[in-house]
Design a binder for this molecule. Structure first.
Ligand SMILES: [Mn+2]
Length: 246
């Protein structure tokens, strides 16, 4: 059976064209052989609404993803904390299925909880307040009704405020809370979860209610393209040097 690939935290933007190329190469390479591709959030460095598809980079990413879908790889998208305004219009353009923020999918027989991971950083109260505010559909609607230039301005302001805030935060606050991980595993009755967001790729083992569980954390794309390959044979983290990178 073909493998399933997981990526997150690409933060694609015009500032880093090499990564956009690496993403295209990944789609044209390993993704073609895969049964499914899961993007677990922060595909884009910022998403201000689906009319961002007017941006050639965004449109190109959607087209490349939909080519993968057309070639037979199922494409699933989750929203991250940078692109939480990704909507159905983008998903349609990308030939992708937009998933809720936390969902259990069976992977080769193992029910696996999938999420971006920001919701596990419960010690970061300031960020969780921000997240709760944006979770309100009326707040989202109001923001999305603003003209493009206004959203772009507000987005830039929020990003620089978040950078300033994160500089002052202790490392532990920026990671997931152990209690939140256990609570999520219990709530969704799973022994395995995969998430991104923290940029701390790892395979953690833990015991929840006497059951052995594991938590797989995806790598970001700041230095190199990487993905997690899940197959019948097991799980493997891989980096990817696309042929078009050079
Ligand atoms: Mn994130």
């Amino acid at each position: 059976m073909p493998p399933t690939l997981f990526i997150s935290d690409l933060h694609l933007s015009r500032e880093r064209p090499a990564l956009v190329e690496a993403f295209r190469a990944l789609l044209a390479g390993p993704v073609r052989e895969a049964a499914a591709l899961y993007v677990l959030g922060d595909l884009f460095d910022v998403w201000l609404g689906d009319d961002q598809l007017h941006d050639p980079l965004a449109a190109g990413v959607a087209t490349a993803l939909s080519a993968s879908a057309d070639a037979g790889t199922r494409v699933y998208l989750q929203r991250g904390n940078r692109d939480f305004l990704l909507g159905e219009r983008f998903a349609r353009a990308a030939g992708a299925t937009l998933l809720p923020d936390a969902i259990v999918h069976p992977l080769y027989g193992t029910p696996t909880l999938l999420m971006h991971g920001d919701q596990l950083c419960t010690d970061d109260l300031k960020y969780q307040r921000f997240r709760a505010w944006w979770a309100d559909p009326s707040h989202r609607r109001r923001f999305l009704a603003l003209p493009w230039f206004a959203r772009r301005g507000i987005g830039a302001m929020l990003r620089s405020a978040s950078r300033r805030a994160n500089m002052g935060k202790p490392e532990t606050i920026m990671d997931v809370s152990a209690d939140a991980v256990v609570a999520a595993m219990r709530e969704h009755r799973v022994a395995r979860m995969i998430h991104g967001h923290t940029h701390r790729p790892a395979r953690h083992e833990l015991v929840v209610d006497e059951a052995r569980c594991e938590r797989l954390v995806l790598a970001d794309w700041y230095d190199r393209a990487s993905y997690l390959r899940v197959g019948e044979e097991g799980i493997e983290a891989r980096t990817y040097e696309g042929s078009s990178r050079g």
